[in-house]
Structures are given as C-alpha cells and as structure tokens.
Design a protein around this ligand. Structure first.
Ligand code: AMP
Ligand code: MG
Length: 405
C-alpha cells in the first residue's frame, strides 16, 4: 500500500498545465491566468486629490487663518490648465488632477467662502497630504497579477483598472466521466428492484465544474469489457478520463480490461486510506486516467484528494493549502489503524465561542446524506492515537462559495 501523499505526488508528476487561450476580461472570472497581467497604464495616471476642497501651496496655508483667491475649479475628469500662484487656490474635487503649482489640499471642512472669489482657510494643510501621487497603485509595465492566479472579482477589477481587456487563461480541462456497473441506473430512469441510481456521475460532473474543468459525461457502462472499451472511446481527445466503480479485484471489476482495449499504461495502487479502495492511475491512448472507487462517499472523498489536484495541475493552479486548517475536536475520536482516515465532520462553534470540528459518530462510507451535511474532513493519520475533545487535528474544509463542492 502507498500513502495518499505518495499517490498525489506520482499523479502530479505525470501531468503538465494545458496551453492558454485569450478570453475577454469579463469571461475570465474563475479561470486561471496562463500569463501575468501587465498594467497598460499607471494608476493614478496623475497626482490626484483624495478629498473635496482647495488645491493650494502649503507655504500659503502654513499660518492660519488666511484668505486665498480661488482662480479656478477642477472636478474629476477635468484638468486645470493654469498654475496655482502665491496666495491662490483652485476648487478641487476627489479624483481630480492636482494643478501645477499646488502641493497641498485644504479640505472643504476647514474652509468657508469669504466672498468676492475668495475662501477663508482655518486649518493648516501639509504638502502631500490628501494627494495620491501618480503611480501610487501601479505603473505601466507592472505585473499586477501573476500567472497561475485563480481570477476572482477583485482581480477582475484590478485588470480592468490596468486597462487590460483580454486575459490569457488556461484552457478548461476537458474531463470525461464514466460510471460503471450492471446495477447502475441514471436518475429519472426506471429503476429495477436490485438497481441503484448513479450518484457518482452527476456528482462528478458538478465537481469538475466546481474545480474549473469542463465535464463530458460518457454515461454508465455495464460490467462488460466490450461495452467499457467502446464507451471510453468518448474520452479520446479529453484531458483526463475519470471512471467510477469496477476497479477492485472482483470478477465484475472490468474497468482495467475495458481500458486495455486501447493503448494502455496503467498503474494500479492500493492507497492506505479510508474511505477509499484501490485507485487506478495511468494513461489510455495518451489520456491520463483516474479510476475512482464506486462507493459514493469513497468516490467523492477520493475526488477531493486526487481529482481536484489533477485538475489543478492541468490548470497550472497552486491552491497553496487553501482549506487546510487545524481545529480542535468537539468530541473525542478513537485510535486509528494503519490507513489514513478522512472523517466526515461538521464545523461547529463550541460553548466557549471557538470554532471546532465535530466528526459524525457514524462514518459509514455509503452515507451520502452525511457527506452532503459535512463541512469538512478530519484527517486521521495512520496509527494516530485516540484523541480527546479539544485536541487540534488537521482538517480539510470543503470549498465554500458559489462553486461549492
Ligand atoms: P464497485 O467499486 O463497482 O464494486 O462499487 C462499489 C459500490 O459502489 C457498489 O455498492 C456499487 O453499487 C456502488 N456504486 C458504483 N457506482 C456507483 C454510482 N455511479 N453511483 C452510486 N453508487 C455506485
Ligand atoms: Mg461495480
């Protein structure tokens, strides 16, 4: 048996990022940058006022009260063409360029109109205060976002401010999904008395979308080598093939011989984890193949641990341990055996107001309702001793947000 980390490392070593494609800025949300975003302008492009008030020379307002002559006005979007001279000021509004000659902003609250085109200044103003110098935020040529970045709303705003209307992003990985099993019916189909409805296919479709990929649902293959071999032809040209079920050692576990109808180089590992069964990884006709267990909870936990990192690798995305935290246990857990355990758990607020993690008391790996109710997986390393409530433990949070998995 190999460890989860070893299996992840072997898969990661086998997959390279996909090429980039150029998309309009507003289509880039949720995509991964293939190239850095380089600013096409300096922001702010000029020294700008940060307040409504009067642009003046600091030397003229060093002693107050004093009266200045208002020689012009400059709202945002306009420019004062003249120069502020001794004893003069220009009415200015937030975002407007500070006129030549002026080096200070007297905020409106510190003034009052004094008639005859003059203003009374009651407080001193310091040079540079309330002035945003040109390039305060970024300058033309700055790489404002690095390659490999998952583009969020703030990033989109930054790229827009930098006047970059097109972004180079990784192509979405095309992930073909095949479920297998004589007993499997599709949701909504007539379901015989000894059949079960495929939860893995639909869940994996959503999982792939949430991970930034483009699913191709190939359907369900019966436990038949020819049928499996034919259906996986739909994965030719995909960036990844994911199968569920049929990867154990039983005589109805025919995914491997089915794939062997095509050019196949396959590793087949026993991974020391629970939930989870033998895992398959390799290539069929050049397409990376990940064989997940059929058991629905195992399938989705293994998707979290192996499919998501594979899609990340195709996207050139490093999530940097996002979602990995340590939290105190809200309830005791027993000692673990030699398999790394992933306990479905809820994140709770304990009586002291602290965040804690509470594994479900029953961890049967067929329980989909529990899996859906879980917020996180508690990681129990091999041979971990029994742990009382309060023990900090490693936790993998399910990603939250719009693209929930
Ligand atoms: P297998 O790995 O093919 O032996 O499947 C293990 C268990 O998972 C069996 O109880 C299957 O009925 C179940 N199973 C397999 N595929 C699916 C699926 N697509 N949806 C839900 N359950 C499945
Ligand atoms: Mg099966």
């Amino acid at each position: 048996m190999i460890t989860v980390e070893e299996a992840q490392a072997r898969m990661g070593a086998d997959v390279r990022p996909l090429p980039g494609e150029v998309v309009p800025l507003m289509d880039a949300f949720g995509r991964v940058l293939a190239e850095p975003v380089v600013a096409r302008r300096t922001q702010p492009p000029f020294a700008a006022s940060a307040m409504d008030g009067y642009a003046a020379r600091a030397v003229d307002v060093a002693a107050v009260p004093t009266t200045l002559r208002v020689v012009g006005t400059v709202p945002a979007g306009a420019t004062f063409e003249g120069r502020v001279g001794s004893g003069e000021c220009v009415r200015i509004f937030t975002g407007a360029p500070v006129p030549d000659g002026a080096d200070a902003i007297v905020i409106q609250e510190d003034t009052e109109p004094a008639g005859d085109g003059t203003v009374l200044v009651r407080e001193t103003a310091v040079a540079g205060r309330y002035v945003r110098p040109a390039g305060l935020d970024f300058a033309t040529g700055d790489a404002v976002l690095p390659a490999g970045r998952l583009v969020g709303a703030r990033d989109l705003g930054l790229a827009a401010a930098a006047n970059v209307p097109w972004l180079s992003v990784r192509r979405r990985p095309r992930v073909a999904i095949l479920s297998t099993g004589n007993e499997i019916a599709m949701p909504g189909d007539p379901v015989g008395p000894s059949q079960i409805v495929s939860s893995n296919g639909p869940a994996l479709v959503a999982f792939v979308i949430a991970s930034g990929g483009q699913p191709i649902h190939l359907g369900n293959a019966p436990d038949d080598v020819d049928a499996i071999g034919r259906l996986v032809e739909g994965a030719m040209g995909a960036d990844l093939l994911v199968t569920t079920g049929g990867v154990s050692v039983g005589e109805h576990d025919l995914v491997r011989p089915g794939l062997a109808r095509h050019d196949l180089s396959l590793d087949f590992w026993k991974v020391a984890m629970r939930p989870g069964k033998p895992l398959m990884f390799g290539r069929m006709a050049g397409v990376p193949v990940l064989g997940l267990p059929g058991n629905p909870v195992s399938c989705l936990v293994c998707a979290m641990l192996f499919l998501r990192p594979l899609i990340d690798a195709l996207l050139g995305l490093d999530r940097g341990g996002d979602g990995e935290v340590r939290l105190p246990l809200a309830a005791p857990v027993p000692a673990n055996d030699r398999r790394q355990d992933y306990l479905r758990a809820r994140i709770v607020i304990d009586p002291s107001g602290a965040t804690a993690v509470e594994p479900f008391s029953r961890q049967d790996s067929s329980m989909m309702a529990r899996l859906a109710a879980a917020d996180a997986l508690v990681v129990r390393p091999p041979n971990a001793p029994a742990a009382p409530a309060g023990t900090p433990v490693p936790v993998l949070r399910f990603p939250v947000g719009h693209l929930r998995v």
